[in-house]
Design a protein around this ligand. Structure first.
Ligand code: PLP
Length: 393
């Protein structure tokens, strides 16, 4: 049986593939430090777990409304109003199993074959995968290391066309840890405001930043009606396995997302949504403590990477990724990532897995203990010193 043609156009996420390879090595008795997967290594805060248990006891074990429980949508709307400085209501919120469906569903709902979609490169691989899957034309905009991994704005200006249907922004960013500075967000809004397009603003790392807070493009004049905010619980509350996220968007698009939800998931699990209310409305100390610990690790880990001959690592402003420029080693990203895994016992991702402009970089997730990160730096130094020079293979 032949698969449908559209399956040739869908991609994968290499973090999950590398994790499988790393686990295989571990089964063979090799020690591996995991710096590949993008999930906080902290437990979900106890009061959120308690709320889920309580919800199970209360009988939240049945189908709920496709769009999400009204009380959770109220909580999300209030949270988005206070964190983004905008006015939205529960009618603008679609709750989904994880943040990812807020890439999948709006793209399926909006993109016609031949429509162009602008997106960051290097960037979260699901953007390009879903643009292609929905028949769109991917238009990558390189992120520039010298600009703190923000867009090349001149190129963005040139690449916008009458066919541009969607512009994807992500700040703080995966894989670079970069933030789009406020002045760039303003410039991007000025470029797109009068165009017939939508902006997908992926703000899944909105609470994980180390300096100036990220600015949501939705908060700029005229942009609310054109913006889909993607956010969720996975990163902020260390809830990746709970599968809970949401989108905030104009009502006409919520309706379309509802149709895709009812055809795929029916609804997001009811008891986890009750826990989501506890996450948003309850104490936030666990989030602050997690971010403080990420900052401590970031400072030490990036300083360590900068001492590896051939490595250069800018200090990331957000998320929990270090995106090291490794061109000075003379090795390509993929061979070096493989070498670090198989010879060094450090599992990490080739920058090329995030798009062509990620070549020359390696992504390390510092969602691992301080001790393991320091050990990883020592292992990377040894592995890089023992690499086989190019040309002598
Ligand atoms: N957007 C970005 C940039 C991400 O890095 C991720 C997860 O890695 C997601 C969205 C998806 O998050 P979730 O696990 O909630 O689906």
């Amino acid at each position: 049986m032949k698969l449908a043609e559209r399956m040739n156009r869908i991609g994968v996420e290499s973090a999950f593939e590398v994790l499988v390879r790393a686990r295989q090595l571990e089964r063979q008795g090799k020690s591996v430090i995991h710096l590949e997967i993008g999930e906080p290594d902290f437990p979900t805060p106890a009061h959120i777990i308690e709320a889920a248990k309580h919800a199970l006891d209360e009988g939240y074990t049945h189908y709920g409304p496709t769009q999400g429980l009204p009380e959770l949508r109220e909580a999300v709307a209030a949270y988005i109003c206070r964190t983004r400085g905008i006015r939205v209501g529960p009618e603008h919120v679609a709750v989904t199993p994880g943040g990812k469906p807020i890439i999948f569903f709006p793209m399926l709902a909006l993109i016609e074959p031949g429509d162009e979609v602008i997106y960051p490169n290097p960037g979260f691989p699901i953007y390009e995968s879903m643009i292609r899957f929905s028949g769109g034309v991917p238009v990558p905009i390189p992120l520039v290391e010298e600009r703190g991994f923000s867009f090349d704005l001149d190129l963005l200006r040139k690449r916008l066309s009458p066919k541009t249907k969607l512009v994807v922004l992500n700040s703080p960013q995966n894989p670079t840890g970069g933030l789009i500075p406020p002045e760039d967000i303003h410039a991007i809004a000025d470029l797109v405001r009068d165009r017939d397009l939508m902006v997908l603003s992926d703000e899944i790392y909105s609470r994980i930043y180390y300096g100036e807070p990220p600015v949501s493009i939705a908060s700029l004049p005229g942009m609310l009606e054109k913006t889909i905010i993607l956010d969720g619980f996975s990163k902020t509350y260390a809830m990746t396995g709970w599968r809970m996220g949401y989108g905030v968007m104009p009502e006409w698009l919520v309706e379309a997302v509802n149709k895709l939800m009812v055809n795929s998931n029916s609804c997001t699990a009811s008891f986890t949504q009750r826990a989501g209310i506890a996450a948003l409305n309850g104490p936030q100390q666990a989030v602050d403590a997690m971010v403080a610990e990420f900052r401590r690790r970031r400072d030490a880990f990036c300083a360590g990477l900068n001492q590896v001959p051939g490595f250069r690592c800018a200090l990331p402003g957000g998320a929990f990724y270090a995106f090291a420029n490794i061109t000075g080693t003379g090795m390509g990203s993929k061979p070096l990532a493989d070498h670090l895994l198989y010879e060094g016992g450090v599992s990490c991702l080739s920058g090329g897995a995030f798009g062509e402009f990620g070549e020359g970089y390696i992504r390390f997730s510092y969602a691992n203990s301080y001790e393991n990160l320091m050990e990883a730096v020592a292992r990377i130094k040894t592995a890089v010193a023992n690499r086989v020079p190019v040309g002598s293979r």
